[in-house]
Design a binder for this molecule. Structure first.
Ligand SMILES: NC(=O)c1ccc[n+]([C@@H]2O[C@H](COP(=O)([O-])OP(=O)(O)OC[C@H]3O[C@@H](n4cnc5c(N)ncnc54)[C@H](O)[C@@H]3O)[C@@H](O)[C@H]2O)c1
Length: 261
C-alpha cells in the first residue's frame, strides 16, 4: 500500500490523555485538542477533575468528542476506573498518553539530601503512574488488536542532572522495556522529550526573565522555546497509523537542545 496522508487520521480511535486538565495552558490540553482535531474520541484525565471537565467541555464546544475523568495515576483502582470510563463511553481504548507528572512543584530538590518521602512521591507519579496506566489499558488494547502508548519524558532526562531528570530517564527505560515486550502484539510504545515549553507550568518553573532561560536560549540550536501546540504533530505521528513501524524511540521536540549523533 502506498502512503496516504489519511494515515494520520484518528477517526474511530479512542485516546486517554493523563495530566490534561490541571492548568490553563498545558501540554496535556494541547495534546487532547490535537487528538480530537484528528478525529479521536478523547478522555481528558487529571487529578484535578474540575480542570479536566473544563478542557473536555472546551473540546466538545469546538465540535470534538471528549469526556473527562478524575484520576490519581498512582492508584491502580483509580486508573482502572479511568479506563472503564473510556470503555463505557467510547467502546475501548486505542491510545494512551502518559503525560501527567510532577515538575513545576518540585523546585530544585538535591539528590544528596532529598527525603525518601519526596523521592517516592516523585517516582510514584512520574514513573510508577505511567506503569499503572499502561497496565490498565493493555488488556483493552489487546482486545482491539493493538494500540499506542506515548510516555511524556523530557529533555531534562539527557543528562539527568536533577531528581526530576532521573524520573524522566527512568521513564525512557519503561518505554523501551514495554516496547520490547508488547511489540509482537502491535502495541507501540514511544516517548516524546520536549525541551523547555511555555506552558503555565513551564513558565512557573523557569520564568521568562530567569538566568536559566538566557542560558537555554544560547544552548538551543533554534534559539527559541516551544509552545505546547508545537508538540502535537509529533504526538499524532506516534499515535496514528503513520507511525506504525516506530516503537521504543524517544522523539526529541526541542528546537535542537539535546543533540545526539
Ligand atoms: N513544560 C515544560 O517545559 C516541559 C518540558 C519537558 C517535559 N514536560 C512534561 O510535560 C508534561 C506536561 O507538562 P506541563 O508543562 O503541561 O505541566 P502541568 O503541570 O500543567 O501538567 C501536569 C499535569 O499532571 C497532573 N497530575 C499530577 N499528578 C497527578 C496524578 N497523581 N494523577 C493524575 N494527574 C496528575 C497535574 O494536575 C497537571 O495537570 C509533564 O510530564 C512534564 O514533565 C514539560
Amino acid at each position: 500500500m502506498s502512503f496516504s496522508i489519511d494515515q494520520f487520521q484518528l477517526a474511530g480511535k479512542v485516546a486517554i490523555v493523563t495530566g490534561a486538565g490541571g492548568r490553563g495552558n498545558s501540554i496535556g490540553r494541547a495534546y487532547a485538542f490535537g487528538l480530537a482535531n484528528a478525529g479521536a474520541s478523547v478522555v481528558v484525565a487529571d487529578i484535578n477533575g474540575e480542570g479536566a471537565k473544563l478542557v473536555a467541555d472546551e473540546i466538545a464546544a469546538a465540535g470534538g468528542k471528549a469526556i473527562s475523568a478524575q484520576v490519581d495515576i498512582t492508584k491502580p483502582e483509580s486508573a482502572a476506573a479511568m479506563v472503564k470510563t473510556a470503555v463505557d463511553a467510547f467502546g475501548g481504548v486505542d491510545i494512551l498518553v502518559n503525560n501527567a507528572a510532577l515538575m513545576a512543584e518540585l523546585g530544585s530538590l538535591q539528590a544528596a539530601t532529598i527525603s525518601l518521602d519526596d523521592w517516592n512521591r516523585i517516582f510514584n507519579v512520574n514513573l510508577t503512574g505511567a506503569l499503572i496506566c499502561s497496565q490498565a489499558v493493555v488488556p483493552e488494547m489487546r482486545k482491539r488488536g493493538g494500540g499506542k502508548i506515548i510516555n511524556q519524558t523530557s529533555g531534562g532526562a539527557f543528562p539527568a542532572a536533577s531528581v526530576y531528570g532521573i524520573s524522566k530517564l527512568a521513564l525512557v527505560g519503561l518505554t523501551t522495556t514495554l516496547a520490547r515486550q508488547l511489540g509482537r502484539e502491535k502495541i507501540n510504545v514511544n516517548a516524546i522529550a520536549p525541551g523547555n515549553v511555555t506552558s503555565d507550568a513551564g513558565r512557573a518553573l523557569t520564568p521568562d526573565d530567569s538566568p536559566f532561560i538566557k542560558f537555554l536560549e544560547m544552548s538551543v540550536a533554534m534559539r527559541v522555546r516551544g509552545a505546547p501546540d508545537e508538540l502535537v504533530g509529533s504526538l499524532l505521528l506516534l499515535c496514528s497509523a503513520a507511525g506504525d513501524w516506530i516503537t521504543g524511540q524517544v522523539l526529541h521536540v526541542d528546537g535542537g537542545w539535546v543533540l545526539r549523533p
